[in-house]
Design a protein around this ligand. Structure first.
Ligand code: UDP
Length: 383
């Protein structure tokens, strides 16, 4: 019998599992995280100098079309009415992202109707003769034609991934919609918002339970030799690290932020400005005051200028790199993971996938119901 759950990592996957086990099964849960705070990359905290709440690992906008996930998270927070809009700078001009009728008309200096724009782009794309796109560049060109791809996608993608777009998985670009109307909402989901009192408060409430103990600045590597037989582990750290990189390292992208507090109340007039051109070294600038239009303006602002690069061994992993080499290596690690009866892998790092917050929560709820709960209440016993 398992009598205890150890959750490694206090991001959304780990926090949901811990919360469910404590609240529903009334079993003791220990949550460890090597960082000095809970919340993983979703962590937010108020910047003391400016009074502005910052998403410490870059912008996190909660959006979902999954009513169950929304209902679950609303137990821990209300959301504000924020709707995400992104702008992008190219050759000294500002355009709307994702690419929509406004972007197309501004770029080509036309006033196409939706149908005219669709026909125009279809012709641009057809000129390339791509039948089955096999990489990001081909996929993007087949969707929007080469000029728009070159202006808005190519430079940004090279900066973000440091690979030629012909080497990248076409799926990366299908995250971005192309719209033939003037809807420039970044996300198409029905439900969207920022937690009213920030992500930090959400995680504090999720983990605030007498059966949950949280140990920060605690490394799994220092504990694993001392684990007792009756402990089930939910591991949300990097899967290759769990196996001491024995088969090699999975590649990750990380980001660096240059934090600035410009002497004004509003630096860029919006929360995220992308920089599409390869000559500008940063990919985007986040200005967090815009995530809470309902809060009184503090008269100050803080911006994070984002630079992307490959993660070294000590860096925070952000984005898995979708290449055939990494996919094959992941399969090998998955085989090793499947053979471990006492460890359940989950989350972005544990499964080496780029997951939005809502998908992470949905997967954690499903994992709790179909894997963790049955094992903890003894209906499934693998060893
Ligand atoms: N992308 C781009 N130009 C942009 C924004 C995105 O080329 O202005 C591409 C880029 O390849 C990126 C992908 O679209 O990796 C997904 O972008 P998204 O905004 O979803 O990335 P995230 O905000 O999650 O980092």
């Amino acid at each position: 019998m398992y009598t205890h759950l150890l959750v490694v990592g206090a991001g959304f996957f780990g926090a949901v599992i811990a919360e469910r086990v404590a609240a529903e099964l009334d079993l003791p849960v220990t949550v460890i995280d090597r960082r000095p705070h809970i919340g993983g990359n979703c962590w937010s905290a108020v910047d003391e100098e400016t009074g502005v709440e910052c998403h410490m690992y870059g912008s996190h906008i909660f959006h979902t079309s999954d009513g169950e996930v929304w209902k679950y998270l609303r137990r821990f927070t209300e959301f504000n009415a924020y709707r995400h809009h992104v702008w992008t700078q190219h050759a000294g001009h500002v355009y709307a992202m994702p690419i929509n009728l406004h972007t197309i008309n501004s770029y080509y200096r036309r006033n196409f109707s939706p149908e005219e724009a669709r026909a125009f782009i279809r012709e641009e794309a057809a000129a390339e003769g791509i039948v089955t796109p096999s990489n990001l560049e081909e996929k993007a060109v087949s969707l929007i034609g080469r000029p728009l791809y070159t202006a808005f996608i190519r430079g940004y993608t090279i900066k973000q991934w440091e690979k030629d777009p012909t080497e990248l998985d076409p799926a990366i670009i299908t995250r971005l919609p192309v719209r033939y109307n003037y809807d420039n909402r970044y996300f198409s989901d029905a439900l969207e918002g920022i937690p009213l009192d920030g992500y930090g408060a959400v995680f504090r409430r999720m983990l605030d339970h007498p059966r949950i103990s949280v140990r920060l600045e605690t490394d799994f590597a220092d504990l694993r030799e001392t684990l007792s037989e009756d402990t089930l582990v939910c591991y949300t750290g990097a899967i290759d690290q769990f196996f001491d990189y024995s088969l090699g390292r999975l590649e990750w992208r990380t980001v660096d932020f240059a934090v600035e507090r410009p002497p004004c109340a509003d630096f860029q007039g919006t929360s995220v400005m992308n920089y599409a051109d390869a000559e500008i070294p940063w990919t985007r600038i986040h200005e967090f005051r815009h995530y809470h239009p309902e809060r009184p303006c503090t008269g100050r602002t803080v911006i994070f200028r984002e630079f992307s690069r490959f993660a070294g061994p000590e860096d925070a992993p952000y984005y898995p790199v979708a290449t055939p080499r990494n996919a094959a290596l992941l399969e090998e690690y998955r085989r090793l993971a499947a053979a471990l009866p006492d460890v359940v892998f989950g989350g972005r790092l544990g499964t080496y996938r780029y997951l939005d917050m809502d998908d992470t929560i949905a997967e954690a709820l499903a994992c709790y119901a179909s894997v963790i709960r049955p094992r903890l209440i003894g209906t499934v016993r693998r060893r």
